[in-house]
Design a protein around this ligand. Structure first.
Ligand SMILES: O=C(O)c1cc(=O)[nH]c(=O)n1[C@@H]1O[C@H](COP(=O)(O)O)[C@@H](O)[C@H]1O
Length: 307
């Protein structure tokens, strides 16, 4: 996965992942009205709305970026119809050649993690048959339960060429509550970062980076510079640019000297760009995907300044 991701980053010259986190209040009226007319105001309609919205965005940006990151919570809240939209979004993005990072943030004991791992980055077996359910290239994980909770995923990374992004320093305002605690002369996030680096050492790709990466929030540039040194071979998935306030200037220390090492996520900043005055001057609400395309181009230019 990591070599495929890097190849696409190099081809597009855009270390960008577009977060597909649809919310009904962020979706253009015409899409909602059409679905409500057919399905009523139901979970079925929500699923149809999300898929149609995502598909139009994917169609309009797939040539510009290497990857998308659907956030499962947005879909899961609507039950099976929401999850159907999640799966269809993944499959469509794969058809268009995009790398898919499933933002599922799982964490459980090994025997349960095994089931998550088979479903999300492996294959599930039903008697003598086996199936791919969620065709993601990588997923996000929470490491709080320790290495045995991560091992079932590492196994599938090897077998199926998949990747992991493990939470190390998150972007939220209270991330320091536990992550910045002193644990024997270092911060907890540093301790976790060193472990993630070690877990990934057995999975280094051709370009020198591991299939096991880290989530490092864009809102913590100082800690990121620290982590960059501690874990030089881990790719960083970096959320927090745009809607959460981080700017390109904050992101310099997330990249290595080779210009690689980080992929920056923006969700609301891209998918809801049509609500931003800047793009409203150029495009109508029905042209929401063109606003998203323009927002990706602007983000790419913004990041080029610091790489
Ligand atoms: O794992 C993540 O992607 C993640 C980790 C983190 O520390 N902070 C964070 O915002 N995220 C996710 O990144 C996305 C950020 O969305 P925007 O703030 O709209 O760009 C959401 O899907 C979050 O769930």
């Amino acid at each position: 996965m990591i070599d495929r991701l890097i190849k696409k980053i190099e081809e597009t010259q855009a270390p960008i992942v577009v977060g597909l986190d649809p919310r009904l209040n962020l979706i253009p009226k015409h899409i909602k009205e059409e679905a409500y007319e057919i399905h009523g105001k139901t979970p079925k309609a929500a699923g149809e709305i999300f898929y149609r919205f995502n598909k139009e965005i994917i169609d309009t940006i797939y040539d510009l970026v290497p990857a998308i990151k659907p956030q499962v919570a947005m879909y899961e809240q609507y039950g099976p119809e929401g999850m159907e939209a999640y799966i269809k979004t993944i499959d469509y993005a794969k058809e268009k050649g995009l790398i898919v990072i499933g933002d599922i943030k799982r964490s459980d004991i090994a025997s349960t993690a095994e089931a998550y791992s088979q479903g999300h980055i492996g294959r599930v077996e039903i008697e003598e048959e086996s199936y791919t359910v969620f065709n993601q290239d990588a997923i996000t994980l929470n490491p709080y339960l320790g290495v045995d909770s991560i091992e079932p995923y590492i196994q599938n990374c090897k077998t199926y060429d998949k990747g992991l992004f493990i939470l190390v320093k998150t972007s939220n305002p209270n991330s320091g509550e536990f992550q910045d605690l002193d644990v024997g002369g270092e911060k907890l996030y540093e301790r976790v970062g060193r472990s993630v680096n070690q877990w990934g050492a057995q999975l280094i790709g051709k370009k020198g980076y591991s299939q096991v990466g880290a989530v490092v929030g864009a809102t913590h540039p100082e800690q990121a510079a620290d982590l960059r040194k501690l874990m030089p071979r881990s790719y960083f998935l970096v959320p927090g640019y745009g809607a959460q306030g981080a700017t390109a200037e904050d992101l310099k220390g997330y990249f290595n000297q080779d210009g690689l090492g980080a992929i920056i996520n923006s969700s609301r900043g891209i998918i809801a760009a049509y609500r931003n005055e800047k793009y409203q001057k150029q495009f109508t609400e029905k042209e929401f995907a063109l606003s998203s395309r323009e927002a990706v181009i602007d983000m790419k230019k913004d990041l080029q300044r610091i790489r």
